[in-house]
Design a protein around this ligand. Structure first.
Ligand code: ADP
Ligand code: ADP
Length: 223
């Protein structure tokens, strides 16, 4: 089943003569359970596309639909609630709070939302990501790869059906990068998630189920 779809999606920044067509008519369909890589050079529109898919920003024209729900039908408050319930974000910078431990970082968004914390589930996530024994550590006591695992655990804790990852391995060496992508694949399968990951690293993209290439705001090839 198609879970994420864009139709003639355009996102322009600025105005003429400085108009930037970051996305210029993007049609993609992503199916439930897929792990898709979005690959392209710097400035090709990857981040903009991911932001549109996650409802972090509104398109200039065209639409994004999650299942059959068009995101442009939501106002900003509704979009925020929709994101919290459905989408987990992972970024290049882990954005962990340094003064609290791993476990506290992972459950913090749920606490801030007043959401129920399924402690068994959080436990399972930490173990699956291989950081079960790091729960009382502070972020600065962990390697970059371990810190990114914590950020992934935090994204998973809200049980989103979709994970959007923007260069999640951008600060990691190649061995650790492969490990992190492998873990995303494992958690995606185990917790039934659809994952869209931006990378400019072709070798990492090859670990995914499918690669979408983007160039100058257009999809250029599918595999
Ligand atoms: P990528 O993630 O592939 O590096 P981006 O989606 O970040 O590409 O950017 C695509 C194009 O849109 C680039 O030319 C970039 O400079 C431009 N761009 C991105 N965000 C903004 C913005 N907020 N204002 C103006 N131009 C932007
Ligand atoms: P970049 O890749 O451009 O260095 P990021 O990918 O970290 O930067 O963030 C890009 C944009 O995504 C930010 O401008 C911000 O609006 C948004 N963003 C970053 N982190 C979060 C978050 N945890 N939740 C929601 N939006 C975020």
């Amino acid at each position: 089943m198609c879970i994420l779809k864009t139709k003639n999606l355009k996102k322009y920044y600025g105005t003429a003569p400085n108009l930037v067509k970051a996305l210029d008519g993007v049609d993609i369909e992503i199916y439930e359970g897929e792990f898709v890589a979005i690959v392209g050079t710097s400035g090709s529109g990857k981040s903009t596309l991911l932001h549109m898919l996650g409802g972090l920003d509104y398109p200039t024209s065209g639409y994004v639909a999650v299942r059959d729900k068009e995101l442009s039908d939501f106002n900003e408050n509704e979009l925020t609630i929709f994101r919290r319930r459905n989408i987990g974000f992972v970024f290049q910078n882990y954005n962990l709070l340094p003064i609290i431990n791993v476990y506290e970082n992972v459950v913090l968004p749920l606490e801030l939302d007043g959401s129920h914390i399924d402690t068994d589930f959080v436990e399972d996530i930490l173990k699956t990501l291989g950081i079960g024994d790091k729960r009382y550590n502070k972020p600065n006591q962990l390697s970059g790869g371990q810190q990114q695992r914590v950020a992934i655990a935090r994204a998973l804790a809200a049980k989103p059906s979709i994970i959007l990852a923007d260069e999640p391995t951008g600060n990691l060496d190649s061995k650790t990068s492969s490990e992190v992508v492998g873990l995303l694949k494992t958690t995606g399968r185990k917790f039934n998630q659809t994952i869209v990951m931006i990378t400019h690293n072709e070798a990492l993209a090859q670990l995914c189920d499918r690669i979408i290439h983007i160039e100058d705001g257009r999809i250029i090839e599918r595999r």
